[in-house]
Design a protein around this ligand. Structure first.
Ligand code: PEP
Ligand code: MN
Length: 262
């Protein structure tokens, strides 16, 4: 499989950093966070516009309404913008709004019908697509989702390890992480599709701020091509995933501490 992500990766070979809030919550939150990330040297801004909630009732994202906020990030700061698409309609709206990079969420990767439809909606474009691992440790399902995009002519493909849901009996001691990394599953993915950049999402693996730096270091020591890290201008008030989001200042410190001399 060919993958040509050169134009979004760092030209000096240093790890790619994608950062931004779990969810786009308001124009101010988006622009404040993006401005601070831009100053920290981040080139790609992430924000969830459509939020796939495991159970209904929580904040499901502002959807279309939030897309102009991302367009403003691009215009003001010259950053590339990234969001999750979970249906063909999301894909069409994201393309129309000028989103530069999309990712396929763990819940979507698990459904071949939906990934196929999204791949068809993106056919004819060269938008970069990062495919997150499905919540279960099913390597073929993960690779299969990538193949659906490749077969629709998309050639800018990458993957993200966001960890795997593991069943814990109530009397077991709590695992340290929200999702188990199972690095060896991602290693098998990397061995099968070596051309694809592999990013690590320490935010959804760790589930808590204290785990982000050690997980990021672990990923980079394993030769990962980059990190996608949830960052919010006021994490305590975040509408989703409050416990795992860093402030832009904490992210800047992390970036300094992991900077690899090139
Ligand atoms: C996200 O990145 O905001 C997200 C919902 O991720 P995942 O699909 O890994 O749960
Ligand atoms: Mn999140």
């Amino acid at each position: 499989m060919i993958s040509d992500m050169k134009h979004i990766m760092n030209t000096d070979g240093s790890p790619l950093i994608i950062a931004g809030p779990c969810s786009a919550e308001s124009r101010t939150q988006v622009l404040t966070t993006a401005g601070a990330l831009h100053r920290a040297g981040v080139r790609i801004f992430r924000a969830g516009v459509w939020k796939p909630r495991t159970r209904p009732g929580g904040f499901e994202g502002y959807g279309e309404l939030a897309l102009p906020w991302l367009a403003e990030v691009k215009e003001r700061f010259g950053m590339l913008t990234a969001t999750e698409v979970g249906t063909p309609r999301h894909a069409e709206l994201a393309l129309r709004a000028g989103i530069d990079v999309v990712w396929i969420g763990a819940r979507t990767t698990a459904c071949p019908f939906v990934t196929q439809e999204i791949a068809e909606a993106l056919r004819g474009t060269d938008i970069p697509v990062f495919v997150k691992n499905p919540a279960s440790a099913d390597l073929d399902l993960w690779i299969g989702a990538v193949e659906r995009f490749a077969r629709c002519g998309l050639s800018r493909l990458g993957a993200i390890l966001r960890g795997f849901k593991t069943f814990i009996r109530p009397d077991d001691t709590c695992p340290p992480y929200r999702n188990t990394p199972f690095w060896e599953v991602a290693d098998r993915f990397r061995a099968e599709l070596p051309e694809l950049p592999m990013l690590c999402d320490p935010s959804h693996i760790g589930g808590a701020r204290c785990h982000i730096a050690p997980l990021s270091r672990e990923a980079l020591s394993r030769g990962y091509d980059g990190l996608i890290i949830e960052t919010h201008c006021n994490p305590a008030e975040a509408m989703t995933d409050a416990a795992q989001q860093l402030t832009p200042e904490a992210l800047a410190r992390l970036m300094e501490s992991i900077a690899v001399p090139v």
